[in-house]
Write a protein that binds this ligand. Structure first.
Ligand SMILES: Nc1nc2c(ncn2[C@@H]2O[C@H](COP(=O)(O)O[C@H]3[C@@H](O)[C@H](n4cnc5c(=O)[nH]c(N)nc54)O[C@@H]3COP(=O)(O)O)[C@@H](O)[C@H]2O)c(=O)[nH]1
Length: 695
């Protein structure tokens, strides 16, 4: 390696001697330049880099230390050796000598000593440069890492803080330097609030790495606190002696908050904040232990919202979520603090009622829930009516553990659904058989669709005045290959709960439309064919479109189709129902309100819907003649319906007494066994042919 050296001297003999000494005695190679004036040297240095300067302080244009200072300003990092006479050497002011790399006695130094001195200076400079680079690199790394790094000396006084440490401690490096670590970083325990020894002090005492115990909190100058986690280690010099400590730490406040959140949501439902199945199981187990000790009972209420799926499907999950939150509030308002309301997912809730006396509290709570939920709920811009079906199991009678109690309450809930929803049922052992049967029916229903096992029967409707057959109601029949005819009452509810009703309903609609088309073509002159539409079908976003598609496929004019929809389905969301009905009306489709009288029976609400037909529920018709009250109700419905220009149809007409009464009160149409039971399509054609008028 070649080093470049500049000799600045006005003495040619000195230059020659130094040049000779460096070229001939040194192990290294040198490029040697000389300048006889300071100005010459400065000019050279502005365009050349040199590794060392040998400077005579006595120059023609500059004298003494002034020469040194001027040069060192231009090349501050280049070592400058001062050439001195032995005597002159003594005259240099020590306080003014900062930055001088060394002294060289000009004429008295043997050549080898000149060479060695210059070499030493160059090597020292190289070491300094390397050390500077390393320090800078370390500084950059330390400042770019996210962890805070604090260094101390052997006494535990701070000598270093990286940028992250400055931010976390709220101390600048400048202010912290020299202060005791415990002053800059006071640490306390999160729970006891007592001060904790700084790990740096522990490390310096034991000369061994150490860390803070969990729960360490750093108290900052502004009083704010940070949860921290550290790793502190001793620092040794090259001889292995302890010279200080380094503490690396980071803020775990966010991490701790996140893990606390994760722990919370492992046991709670995200949407409603209610305990989830895991926490509920825990609580039930605890409640069972308590009930055993106190010889008391406890109750499990299994709730499933009625027709929630339709709301979710038609109004979107956002509205569904809001409804679940609103229901949560209402449920919580119905129980004591000691009870647990939990959400199992979807629209299922389970309530644990502690210390129940033979199911008394459970029945009271269930009644309260039914009452509270029956009020309409404002959800966003929608006014929704939601009801619930509740199954109840009691410990110890209905199960010895959480799993069995929940399973049996679930079974009882299905029973409540079958009993018309919006009610509660206590678990009974026989219900388990029912639950097994439900599952069997559901799996057979799936096969029935594939195997095309369903057929439609048709029941005539007549004009009660003229006796003319006006239309037919299509009714689904399931002749099961092994079980024989399965009643709709046994499978429609299961098809609705499982969602299978959508596929089945589409088949019914298409089949009925094809049949009507065929009757028209064959001169079977009825006004329309009525098809029952379940809530799940009606609430689907594509319902109106699928009706239009089926009519188009079957080439049937919409005026020949009547859709029977129950009041409760229409009332679930009045605005949405109105929109769907309007779409259907545009196609010419007739709308009948089925089972009228069993639901809200609010004519003021019904007036909002574009309805054509009111079908009085058969439960009122059945007791005509027997119950005055029912006669009055039927008369009132007929009168109101007529005045609002609805076509009123009485269903379930079974005898002539009922028929005569209906005629008398001017009920327009009737349907029931006294006229004809539902029958196969070909029999219906024959029936129409034969009975142009049946009354
Ligand atoms: N979503 C769909 N629901 C359907 C479909 N087909 C039927 N259903 C619904 O199932 C319930 C039971 O129906 P079903 O056993 O067919 O009973 C109907 C008639 O057979 C019966 N009826 C007719 N006349 C009389 C009578 O004089 N007395 C008497 N006790 N019962 C009689 O009434 C049922 C018709 O009811 P409604 O639909 O309310 O007009 C029933 O709720 C059906 O709606 C389907 O395809 N889809």
């Amino acid at each position: 390696m070649t080093n470049s050296v500049l000799i600045v001297s006005n003495n040619a003999a000195d230059i020659k001697q130094l040049d000779y000494a460096l070229r001939n005695e040194a192990a290294d190679q040198y490029d040697i330049e000389s300048a006889i004036k300071l100005s010459e040297a400065i000019s050279y240095l502005t365009s050349h880099k040199v590794d060392a300067i040998l400077l005579d302080l006595s120059l023609p244009d500059s004298q003494g230390m002034n020469s040194f200072h001027r040069l060192s300003r231009i090349v501050p990092f280049t070592p400058i050796l001062i050439l001195v006479d032995e005597a002159a050497n003594l005259s240099i002011d020590k306080s003014d000598s900062t930055g001088i790399a060394g002294y060289l006695a000009k004429s008295h130094s043997p050549n080898y000593l000149v060479a060695q001195t210059v070499r030493n200076v160059l090597q020292h400079q190289l070491k300094q440069t390397m050390s500077f680079i390393e320090k800078t690199r370390a500084e950059i790394i330390l400042n770019s890492i996210g962890d805070a790094v604090v260094g101390t000396d052997l006494a535990g006084n701070i000598d270093y803080l990286n940028v992250a440490a400055e931010q976390l401690t709220q101390w600048t490096r400048q202010h912290a330097k020299g202060r005791a670590i415990a002053d800059v970083m006071p640490i306390i325990n999160a729970e006891t609030r007592k001060s904790t020894r700084n790990p740096v002090d522990v490390v310096l005492e034991n000369d061994h790495p150490s860390t803070l115990k969990p729960g360490a909190v750093l108290v900052r100058p502004d009083g704010s606190e940070l949860n921290i986690e550290d790793s502190t280690a001793p620092v040794h010099d090259s001889s292995g002696s302890l010279v200080g400590a380094v503490m690396v730490f980071h803020d775990i406040t966010a991490t701790q908050a996140m893990s606390a959140k994760l722990a919370y949501f492992a046991k709670h439902d995200f949407l409603t904040n209610l305990p989830n199945r895991i926490l509920l199981n825990d609580r039930i187990s605890q409640a069972i232990n308590l009930a055993n000790r106190r010889h008391t009972q406890l109750a499990i209420l299994f709730l499933d919202l009625d027709n929630f799926k339709h709301i979710n499907d038609s109004l979107g999950h956002g509205v569904g979520d809001l409804l679940l939150q609103s229901v949560t509030e209402k449920l919580c308002s119905c129980v004591r603090h000691s009870d647990t309301v939990s959400r199992q997912g979807g629209d299922e809730f389970i309530i644990l009622i502690n210390e129940d006396q033979s199911g008394e509290n459970a029945a009271l709570t269930a009644n309260k829930i039914l009452r509270v939920l029956s009020n309409s709920q404002n959800v966003g811009e929608h006014v929704l009516h939601v009801t619930t079906s509740i199954g109840i199991s009691i410990y110890p009678n209905d199960g010895e553990n959480a799993e069995t109690l929940i399973k049996n309450a679930d079974t009882a809930m299905y029973q409540a659904k079958e009993r018309g929803r919006n009610n509660f049922q206590f678990f009974k052992k026989e219900m388990n058989e029912r639950a097994v049967e439900r599952q069997l029916i559901e799996s057979n229903l799936r096969q029935a669709i594939d195997r095309k096992e369903f057929v439609l029967h048709y029941q005539p409707k007549i004009n009660l005045r003229s006796g003319v057959i006006t239309g037919a109601e299509a009714l689904l029949r399931w002749p099961h290959p092994l079980w024989g005819n399965v009643k709709p009452a046994r499978f429609i509810g299961i098809a609705e709960d499982s969602g299978l009703i959508v596929e089945i309903g589409r088949w019914v609609l298409r089949e009925a439309c094809l049949q009507m088309k065929s009757w028209i073509e064959n001169g079977i002159l009825i006004l329309n064919i009525a098809v029952n539409i379940s809530a799940l079908e009606f609430r689907r976003l594509d319902f109106a479109t699928s009706v239009a598609d089926i009519l188009a496929d079957c080439k049937l004019d919409g005026k020949y189709l009547q859709l029977e929809i129950t009041e409760s389905v229409l009332m679930q969301d009045v605005d949405l129902s109105t929109d769907i009905l309007r779409e259907l009306k545009k196609m010419g489709v007739k709308i009948a309100v089925d089972d009228f009288g069993t639901g809200y029976s609010s004519l003021s609400y019904l007036k909002k819907f574009p309805i054509d037909v009111l079908k009085i529920d058969q439960s009122f018709v059945r007791d005509i003649g027997a119950l005055n009250e029912d006669c009055a109700i039927v008369s009132a419905i007929v009168a109101m319906g007529n005045s609002l220009n609805y076509l009123v149809v009485a269903e379930g007409v079974e005898d002539t007494t009922q028929m005569n009464f209906l005629k008398k009160i001017r009920c327009e149409e009737g349907q029931g066994y006294v006229i004809a039971s539902p029958m196969e399509a070909n029999k219906f054609s024959f029936f129409v042919e034969k009975n142009r008028s049946v009354v």
